[in-house]
Ligand binder design. Structure first.
Ligand code: GLU
Length: 489
């Protein structure tokens, strides 16, 4: 019988969750949901010095935002808790003591000063860096003496000095390293906290983790872990190390490549569904052509076999495009409440708050085809909200027109529009097309001038619909302002 799937996402609250962390979470979640297994969140908070305030909340908030619900872990509990490593210190200490008793680990009393000097010497001699095993063969008397001096030791793993350690990774295949390249790494620190290696192995065992899906950067830790599993008599889970994520310039994805924290994507108006789709394709694919895969389809088709070894490239334009696809799939009713907070937050300060939802409901159909993120609504549609538009007067001058001709056209249009009893689409069109003709202009020339006058820009939603939403009064005021502006040049 195959073991039931239990996978975990094991973030350290040492920073805000970036795209790489969340991709790991997503792959674990997808695998659990695909197999009907259990998705666990375990907080690896043993590095007290590097703990970042607010990071835990950001991690859990990011998961929740993306709809990556966990079956066991913080807030939800479970039968394998506690799910914070800082609350499991006894387990790690017991494991370390057992290893010492068995002869697989030893106490090391070396002072930080000695270790520093040792490293400097190694660097000077261009030797490989690593603990020189000074305390590995202390006699009982030497050990007692150090204890009597009140030195609190660390516990180090006793690496085999010869041979190889090999393992199989679902994605990377057979990997083997010479034991002589591995040093006697620390298992338990002098403050009683475990290192990542010890805590990770102990927890994966006691939480009955079946598969470890995590970033490629941990691949080199596996030989250490494997020897530790063996020494403790634990069975090792299956391993799948996910490929790196690179920026467009093929260097490791970092802050330099723009927003990388998941919180920032949320703030920039990316949709969770688009994000999930995009992140799933960073290292996994269904085939070589399918880009749009919704959550259900991802759950249905996710498999470890289709995870690639090749580093994934983070293509920001693709994310924007995908986001636009998901945005346009939303109904007006779904989109409206999502977009309101972005307008509230991002429209220029000059715009009066609160923003009217009713008004936005009229604008939305005009802009939704033209924006890719929720935040873009504020930059694309700000002219709907502003009292005064700021733009260069020269922008007003129509194609193949002079400033004088443009001024005449604007005055005539103002006259005409002021006389209209309705500002409906057909009324506007019925009035403005003949007006262009009367002025000896192409309709496009006149409409271009009016577009700039009413919106302050050359690219905007369809003119008549825009004017309808702005209303007669605002349009006339803006024509007035445009006329004044133009008169200055
Ligand atoms: N705490 C480690 C991290 O944040 C977990 C690595 C692992 O999954 O084993 O990357």
């Amino acid at each position: 019988m195959t073991k039931s799937v239990r996978v975990r996402f094991a973030p350290s609250p040492t920073g805000f969750p970036h795209v790489g962390n969340i991709r790991t979470a997503l792959f674990n979640w997808l695998y659990a949901r695909h197999t009907g297994g259990v998705f666990i969140v375990r907080i690896e908070d043993t590095d007290v010095a590097r703990k970042v305030e607010g990071a835990l909340e950001a991690i859990l908030g990011g998961l929740r935002w993306l709809g990556l619900d966990w079956d066991e872990g913080p807030e939800v509990g479970g039968n394998y808790g506690p799910y914070f490593q800082s609350q499991r210190l006894d387990l790690y200490r017991q494991a370390a003591e057992r290893l010492v008793a068995q002869g697989d680990a030893y106490y090391c009393y070396c002072s930080p000063e000695r270790l520093k000097a040792m490293r400097e010497e190694q660097a000077r001699r261009k030797e490989s860096l690593g603990y020189d095993r000074h305390c590995r063969c202390l006699s009982d008397a030497e050990r007692r003496q150090r204890e009597a001096e009140g030195i609190t030791p660390v516990v180090r793993f006793k690496m085999p000095l010869e041979g190889q350690t090999g393992f199989t990774d679902v994605i990377w295949g057979e990997v083997a390293v010479e034991n002589s390249t591995l040093d006697d790494y620390v298992l338990l620190k002098s403050d009683g906290y475990p290192t990542y290696h010890l805590a990770n192995v102990v927890d994966d065992h006691f939480m009955e983790i079946s598969h470890v899906l995590r970033a490629e950067e941990w691949l080199s830790s596996v030989p250490r872990h494997k020897l530790l599993y063996q020494a403790l008599g634990f069975e090792m889970p299956l391993l799948a190390h996910l490929p790196m994520i690179l920026g467009p310039d093929r260097s490791k994805l970092s802050k330099r490549h723009g927003a990388v924290s998941i919180t920032e994507y949320r703030e920039q108006g990316y949709l969770p569904e688009a994000m999930v789709n995009f992140l799933a394709l960073l290292g996994w694919s269904l085939d070589d052509k399918t880009d749009i895969l919704r959550r259900d389809e991802l759950i249905k088709s996710f498999s470890l076999e289709r995870i690639s070894k090749t580093a994934a490239v983070f293509n920001h334009e693709k994310l924007r495009w995908l986001n636009g696809v998901y945005l346009r799939e939303m109904s007006q009713e779904e989109l409206l409440p999502e977009i309101m907070p972005f307008l509230e937050r991002r429209l220029p300060p000059a715009v009066k708050r609160p923003i009217s939802e009713e008004y936005v409901a009229r604008i939305l159909p005009l802009i939704r085809e033209r924006i890719n993120t929720l935040a873009e609504a504020a930059t694309y549609a700000d002219f709907f909200f502003l009292d005064e538009l700021e733009y260069e007067a020269s922008l007003l001058v129509g194609k193949k027109m002079t400033a004088g001709g443009t001024l005449r056209a604007l005055k005539a249009a103002r006259e005409k529009l002021a006389s209209l009893e309705s500002f409906d689409h057909d009324f506007l069109e019925g009035a403005l097309r003949p007006l262009a003709e009367g002025l000896g202009l192409k309709a496009g020339q006149l409409f271009g001038v009016l577009r700039v006058a009413t919106t302050g820009r050359t690219a905007a939603p369809p003119l008549f619909e825009t004017m309808m939403v702005l209303g007669k009064e605002t349009c006339l005021k803006r024509l007035e302002a445009a006329i004044a502006k133009l008169a200055e040049i």
